[in-house]
Design a protein around this ligand. Structure first.
Ligand code: SF4
Ligand code: SF4
Length: 380
């Protein structure tokens, strides 16, 4: 098992960013001793065409520092991602421009081929399509952002590799793996297939609340890294006050013996980095926190089962501008537009929260179930 490194970085000033990235690089032999001429692909989280100050995407200053170092070693550096939506040069160039990837000094992926993979060792993802530019990598670096996430609760290292699936095809994968445990295993399979050599988290300013795109910038003040994405996610979850049962990718990777929480070594005290008021919607996969209940709550749980823990997508109609993006992205075809507003068929909804992720004005939110609210209150 590997180590998780955590370095303070209070803001995105160049001096601070340079220091934290240099410390990160110095922690990994694979980066220190990188071979001249290597093709390095940085799979960054560029979830949407949004200004970096909104905190949905990896900050360009960090990517610039990493790119500058790799180029000084004679490497070719390419940054890429495939956010939801069409996977074309025009669309991605728009994303690169708005997220300021042009300022990083890296090449920006311009190969939009789609490749097919057969992965016999996978738990659930035996075959899949992926963004072909990744094939040119001698090594892949996974550079993600620490954010709340409607479906998976936390977006961090493991979730970031969903961006290896071409944007247009993502809804198909939600539909193929509607069960959240299977979806988590699909993400883990992607990590096992691509095996980034290093995983780095931009947690300088993360995102809480209505993440991963319409939440609030939230200072965490550090950069974390590890060769093991599961250990890294486990530590990041702890920082934002989540436990293993809250985040399915962590729970499932533990079950698959891909990490052992007791063997994680940290270079600094975790207590120095905890953010107690990082807002994440619990529920759905947080059954564990209801298991120790007694009395009335226990009775309600025994009658209602999982259903009563289930959060739901919910449209704040006053905020909604009627653009129908949610309807168009919904993999289950559960949304129809009625009088210019989305109507969700709860029987069809698979709770993938794509509608929440891609609503451009934050009108679609994750509504916490009543019982989860009650249990959260009790726990405070
Ligand atoms: S309504 Fe929203 S959460 Fe439900 S399946 Fe459609 S996109 Fe997913
Ligand atoms: S994507 Fe958002 S703004 Fe557009 S119709 Fe759906 S809820 Fe309304």
């Amino acid at each position: 098992m590997g180590k998780v490194y955590i370095y303070k970085c209070e803001n995105y000033d160049e001096i601070n960013a340079k220091k934290a990235i240099e410390q990160t690089i110095a922690s990994f032999d694979v980066l220190k001793n990188i071979k001249k001429g290597s093709n390095v692909v940085i799979k960054a989280n560029l979830v949407s065409a949004m200004d970096p100050e909104k905190s949905a995407t990896v900050h360009p200053v960090l990517l610039k520092e990493l790119t500058t170092y790799l180029k000084s070693k004679g490497c070719t550096v390419t940054i890429g991602d495939s956010p939801g939506g069409i996977y074309t040069k025009t669309f991605l160039n728009h994303v690169y421009n708005v997220t300021k990837m042009n300022e990083t000094g890296a090449e920006l992926n311009d190969d939009f081929s789609v490749k097919k993979a057969i992965f016999k060792e996978a738990k659930v993802l035996k075959t899949f399509d992926y963004t072909g530019y990744l094939d040119k990598a001698d090594i892949i670096i996974n550079f993600c952002k620490l954010k709340s996430h409607g479906m998976m609760k936390m977006s961090c290292a493991v979730k970031n590799l969903f961006g290896t699936i071409p944007g247009t095809m993502k809804p198909e994968y939600h539909y193929r793996f509607p069960n959240h445990d299977d979806f988590a295993n699909m993400l883990i399979d992607l990590n096992e297939y691509f095996k980034p050599v290093v995983n780095i988290v931009d947690a300088v300013i993360g995102m809480d609340g209505n993440g991963p795109t319409m939440g609030n910038p939230k200072k965490v003040g550090c950069i974390l890294s590890s060769e093991n994405p599961y250990e890294l996610d486990y530590i990041c979850a702890k920082i934002i006050n989540l436990n293993m049962d809250d985040v399915q990718t962590i729970k499932e990777s533990f079950k698959r013996n891909l990490f052992n929480p007791e063997k994680i070594e940290l270079n600094d005290k975790l207590d120095n980095f905890l953010v107690k008021d990082f807002e994440v919607k619990k529920g759905q996969n947080s059954i564990a926190f209801g298991q120790n209940e007694n009395g009335l709550i226990k009775k309600i749980i025994s009658i209602g089962g999982n259903r009563i823990f289930t959060n739901k997508p919910y449209c704040k109609t006053k905020k909604c501008i009627g653009c129908a993006k949610c309807r168009n992205i919904c993999p289950a075809k559960a949304i129809t537009m009625v009088n210019g507003k989305p109507l969700i068929d709860r029987n069809k909804c698979i709770k993938c929260y794509c509608c929440q992720e891609f609503c451009p004005v934050g009108a679609m939110i994750v509504k916490t179930s009543f019982l989860v609210k009650l249990l959260n209150k009790k726990q405070k």
